[in-house]
Design a protein around this ligand. Sequence first.
Ligand SMILES: *[C@@H]1O[C@H](CO)[C@@H](O)[C@H](O)[C@H]1NC(C)=O
Ligand SMILES: *[C@@H]1O[C@H](CO)[C@@H](O)[C@H](O)[C@H]1NC(C)=O
Ligand SMILES: *[C@@H]1O[C@H](CO)[C@@H](O)[C@H](O)[C@H]1NC(C)=O
Ligand SMILES: *[C@@H]1O[C@H](CO)[C@@H](O)[C@H](O)[C@H]1NC(C)=O
Ligand SMILES: *[C@@H]1O[C@H](CO)[C@@H](O)[C@H](O)[C@H]1NC(C)=O
Ligand SMILES: *[C@@H]1O[C@H](CO)[C@@H](O)[C@H](O)[C@H]1NC(C)=O
Ligand SMILES: *[C@@H]1O[C@H](CO)[C@@H](O)[C@H](O)[C@H]1NC(C)=O
Length: 182
Amino acid sequence: MKGTFVLTWILIIYLSQIAVQSQYYSEILPYDPEPVRVTNLHFYLHETLNGQNPTAVNIAQANITNNSSVPFAILAVVDDILKIGPEDNSEVIGNAQGLGLLLAGNTTTGVMYSDFGFTAGKFNGSSISIFSRNTIIEPGREVAVVGGRGKFRMAKGFALLTTYFLNATAVIIEFNVTVIHY
Ligand SMILES: *[C@@H]1O[C@H](CO)[C@@H](O)[C@H](O)[C@H]1NC(C)=O
Ligand SMILES: *[C@@H]1O[C@H](CO)[C@@H](O)[C@H](O)[C@H]1NC(C)=O
Ligand SMILES: *[C@@H]1O[C@H](CO)[C@@H](O)[C@H](O)[C@H]1NC(C)=O
Ligand SMILES: *[C@@H]1O[C@H](CO)[C@@H](O)[C@H](O)[C@H]1NC(C)=O
Ligand SMILES: *[C@@H]1O[C@H](CO)[C@@H](O)[C@H](O)[C@H]1NC(C)=O
Ligand SMILES: *[C@@H]1O[C@H](CO)[C@@H](O)[C@H](O)[C@H]1NC(C)=O
Ligand SMILES: *[C@@H]1O[C@H](CO)[C@@H](O)[C@H](O)[C@H]1NC(C)=O
């Protein structure tokens, strides 16, 4: 009899725990930020547009604009290479994966949706997210860093971009990133 009683209680507690676990859960705590750091990153993005191993490939283009001389309404998948320097044989430190949207009109602007992931050094495995308008044809420009992963959690900042080299098949852009993060 006593055994049954105990068993019943075990069952009740067990079931109530299941019930608790399956409940919608929310908890609000005061925001207690960790101290933030400022990190400055400097690297070069290498993009190849055609040939054997392109790092940017157009996946969609509106038919209505496919004859215009300036690219317009093009969506590209990007997996660019990040290197320490602008040279071909510079050390690879990461990659930028995402989408590039090319708009045009007169001022060839783009929108960049990319995750810049690092594969070397102390930021190996961490990445920063860039989502920003990008005025591609201007020699110097700024894009927004909206977030990050790993060591760059809660990142916010900006990147100053300078076109280092540009022809029909190769693009090399200097990145100077300033981010605050945990
Ligand atoms: C693209 O536009 C041309 C001319 O208007 C049309 O003939 C063609 O069928 C269109 N192609 C596609 C894939 O929509
Ligand atoms: C683009 O140019 C091709 C060849 O000149 C032509 O056949 C096609 O209709 C044009 N497409 C559009 C959307 O103007
Ligand atoms: C544009 O699309 C039309 C129809 O699909 C095609 O005939 C033409 O070659 C394309 N023009 C360019 C520049 O891709
Ligand atoms: C776009 O370019 C055309 C021709 O070059 C020019 O007449 C026009 O004023 C420009 N429009 C804008 C908004 O810059
Ligand atoms: C980066 O991290 C990955 C996964 O942890 C590891 O396999 C790789 O060796 C690391 N690379 C460098 C250069 O530290
Ligand atoms: C662009 O520059 C790269 C690197 O110098 C070169 O390999 C490639 O042939 C060039 N492409 C064109 C179309 O000139
Ligand atoms: C990078 O940007 C910071 C400020 O945003 C500037 O102080 C620094 O000189 C720049 N470095 C390079 C190499 O462009």
